[in-house]
Design a protein around this ligand. Sequence first.
Ligand code: TRP
Length: 334
Amino acid sequence: MTRTRIFGGVRPTEHLTLADYLGALRRWADEDQHRAEALFCVVDLHALTVDHDPARVRRLSRQAVTLLLAVGLDPRQCTVFVQSHVAEHTRLAYLMECTAGDDEMRRMVQYREKAERERARGGSVRLSLLTSPALMAADVLAYGTDEVAVGEGQAQHLELTRDLAVRFNQRYGQTFVVPRATCPAEVTRVMDLQDPASAMGTSPARRAGVVHLLDEAEAVREKVMGAVTDAGPDVVYDRAARPGVANLLDVLAACDGGDPEKLAAEYDSYGALKKDTAEAVVELLRPVRERHAELVADPGYVDSVLRDGAGRARGMARPRVDAAYRGVGLLPVG
Ligand code: TRP
């Protein structure tokens, strides 16, 4: 029996956050890499779909890889690699562009909203932003992926990936596994500490509401202690009416494995809740930060992980992408 294949992608556009950790990375490290054949990829090509600073993308890519290892992904258990190191992604993305319709791409909400915003300012988005769902489909389909861990924001893109897989298989013969999205319900959705209506890390302007994985303890305390809470004196867990307090309770519960409603009963002031939450986050992130520092001091090790990861990923993707090339009618080398 072949093991379930999982693909997880992180974009090196921003620093990784507490929301990334509690929403995905922790589970990748604790569960997914052990139960499945898992690939975790820093999708650097996707970082070029928006205005970017080359030095920053380079820095954030390296940091993302190092953080994936620091949170506990073990290269003996899973494959950690950088997308641009494996040419199969772009090779297959072209075939995905030949499978998708332009209307289908233009319907993607993420593209429409961004394009709209840019147009309102008299600018435009990069063509690669429009076609990025084809690249994402290639990322996933190249590996015969069964499961993809995606946040709500990516659900539409994964639906498109599934459509493209089915269509390609119908047109050219069985080539791709049709992947399913896993949006684990029990995973904590961490909201911005300053704006608990938005997911943490989704509004770049709000630095004070975002805890980054590499934040110093003092910075974490400052951000958590400065979190907006709601009107009303008592601590109750009510996501709709008291989103600020509920977010703190969710974070505290996610750190310590507790239940947010039960935790609410233990507090009679926001101050005490914030203080405990801040300390819980500091302790949660401490080993990650320490491990990250060790890895930064050992660049040769990180390089070797990337080399091995790229080699393994290439080996997994190559046969399927070659088969897809033959399937659409391209002449084999011979
Ligand atoms: N497009 C995703 C994002 O914007 C990142 C991503 C790229 C991805 N390829 C992927 C996620 C493959 C899951 C699987 O966040």
